[in-house]
Design a protein around this ligand. Sequence first.
Ligand code: SF4
Ligand code: SF4
Length: 311
Amino acid sequence: MRIESVWIGRGGQGIVTAVYIVAHASIADGFYAIANPEFGAERRGAPVKAFLTITDYFEDSPEPIKNPDVAVFLDDKLIDTMRVVVEAVKPGGYVIVSSGKGPEEVAGIIGRKDVNIAVVDGIGLALKHVGLAVPNGPMVGVFAKVMGLPRLESIKEAIASQLGKAVEQNFAAAVEAYKTAVVIPAAEAGSAKISVEIPTTSAFLTGDYELVGWDQIPEGGLVYPGSSLRYKTGSWRVEKPIIDHSKCIMCRRCWLFCPDDAVLEVWREAKGPGGRVVRVKAIDFSYDYCKGCGICAQVCPTGAIQMVREL
Ligand code: SF4
Ligand code: SF4
């Protein structure tokens, strides 16, 4: 027996912990497991992948997984960015997705009829049981449901070992996901061979790229994309800040405390004396990069910022 899985999520969603929990629980059940996460200098909210192989025989030379049996997405908004992972799943394999969308809509986004699809609202369950938008526990539960391993008892033990706290809450989220995930069986058998493979470089996280010779590398050794500008980390957000300009006194505490430089100072039009339209400085947010941490709302002395649920 050999199950190869690739887990895709964002920094801060507990993806590394998720694969360690499944690996730990599988070993407790008598299997062998290799879990190797891969991430670079990405920040919280940026895409991260992790490989997990479970076998019933020992092997000591793990290769990168190119055609997984299972792809697990902790965020449905990463499916398009990481479509190569969906395309690389073996026919008859599984694509497991955390999404607040309906299962049929998720199946449409995945766009393959030769794989089984499992959908659960991982963030909703994590918020319900743990109080945090970290869907790793629910996704572990769905993995166990569709693969038939590891056992729930072993998952609880692994959660205790990996987290050391909030064990009952995380386990409850995993169990509810196990029970409630919707599984859509593959409608077609698909061809035995697939031509797409997951590239062995993490560059697949940032889109198309070309390997270049040494004499083509720009001055300073800067390589594509050169910054994390392309990572629209705001798409990971669960809540977003909304400002009531009538309460804002422009103290700029929100700007000072925002960890992602997502608070902007902009010009906006307002009614002035005599009904004249005047331009005034105002606070706004860069929703491409705001991760919804809520710090700005906490430090605002006038209560001008409210966090509003988006997902
Ligand atoms: S919620 Fe506020 S503090 Fe947090 S990233 Fe967004 S703008 Fe910055
Ligand atoms: S902290 Fe509140 S009052 Fe101060 S600038 Fe930001 S929104 Fe305005």
